[in-house]
Design a protein around this ligand. Structure first.
Ligand SMILES: [Zn+2]
Length: 351
């Protein structure tokens, strides 16, 4: 029996599952006690609140599970080192604070080995197919409240020991003096312009510049004509229904993402890109087609002659990548105990 959790910028979810299960049971979800709910609180205070909340939810799941858990794994929205130490988490607790040995803390509090994975890395375990070496070289791309990526090859995620990497969301792509702010505190990062939040911001700017066309758009109907009341989900739904205003608003951000993916493909020869995350999922096939068009324009001589379409794959049509990825990763360690570095499952501290 395993406990699994997914800690994002807005929602924390946790449940339990057994090896071989296709789904996670008893899933509980709460709004994260982080920077989204308590903007302005110091990073260390938010770290403490979020950790308390995570421990509490995992304990509840442990009590509700039919048997005692033997291990747990958490998908975490930020860079995580190989030892389960969280390096940074702008979408959860804002500006950088001290590094947090989360795996160690959870092992101590829950009394079972605890694995902490970056959330995009966790998701990648859902899509990895180590038995198919030809196909098993791929890049996870997430487009939700932020943007991130991780490259997988033959059942391994390509990262250094400290977990830094796969953070294309914090690459500066917009150099204008008034470029949008990223959660990390810098301006013009890919995550600020190409995420769901970035799409919402871009739509608001365009709506104020072109009030007439906005008033005739499906987006205007969705928000009662007031762009201030739009949500990222409504923008995504507009893209999915091919609303011209919505597509036009998000295109500059998608172009930046497409160019970044074209660089990854050209530099590394990655064979497929699995595009996941709430915004991409809600915006659906029209979003992937737009990304394909922009990626094909960005070129790179390795791109197939028919464009990037063959490279881009949608993630599963659910919100369970983090939870199921954690489960697959735990099963994998179960089957290969000898292959799991000791540091992944730290020995708990005293009482
Ligand atoms: Zn950033």
């Amino acid at each position: 029996m395993y406990l699994v959790a997914d800690l994002g910028g807005t929602t924390l979810r946790a449940g339990w599952a057994q090896a071989g299960d296709l789904a996670v049971s008893g899933v509980r979800r709460v709004a994260v006690d982080g920077v989204a709910r308590f903007p302005g609180l110091p990073t260390t205070e938010l770290q403490a609140r979020v950790v308390r909340q995570l421990v509490r939810l995992l304990r509840e799941c442990s009590l509700a599970a039919p048997r005692s858990p033997s291990a747990l794994a958490v998908a975490f929205a930020g860079p995580v080192g190989h030892t389960g130490t969280v390096v940074d988490a702008p979408t959860i607790w804002g500006p950088r604070g001290p590094e947090l040995p989360l795996s160690h803390v959870l092992s101590r509090e829950l009394g079972v080995p605890a694995l902490v994975l970056n959330d995009v890395t966790a998701a990648g375990w859902r899509y990895a197919s180590p038995e198919d070496e030809e196909d098993d070289y791929f890049c996870m791309v997430t487009v939700s409240s932020g943007v991130g990526n991780k490259v997988f090859r033959r059942g391994e995620v390509l990262l250094p020991e400290d977990g830094r990497g796969g953070e294309i969301g914090h690459l500066r792509v917009d150099f204008a003096a008034d470029a949008p702010w990223c959660d990390c505190g810098e301006r013009g990062h890919l995550g600020a312009v190409a995420s769901g939040r970035g799409a919402l911001r871009a739509t608001g700017v365009l709506a104020r510049r072109f009030p007439g066309p906005f008033a005739r758009s499906a987006l205007s109907a969705a928000c009662g004509g007031d762009p201030q009341r739009l949500s990222a989900h409504q923008v995504a739904a507009g893209v999915r229904s091919r609303d011209a205003f919505a597509v036009r608003a998000i295109t500059p951000g998608v172009r930046h993402l497409a160019r970044t993916l074209a660089v990854l493909h050209t530099a590394l020869g990655v064979g497929r890109f699995v595009v996941m995350g709430g915004f991409a999922r809600a915006a659906g096939p029209p979003y992937l087609r737009l990304l394909d068009t922009e990626m094909s324009k960005a070129g790179g001589f390795l791109l197939p002659p028919d464009g990037a379409a063959g490279l881009l794959r949608p993630g599963a049509p659910d919100d369970d990548d983090g939870l199921i990825g954690c489960l697959r990763r735990l099963e994998r360690s179960e089957g290969r105990r000898d292959a799991v570095p000791q540091t992944v499952f730290p020995v708990p501290d005293g009482p």
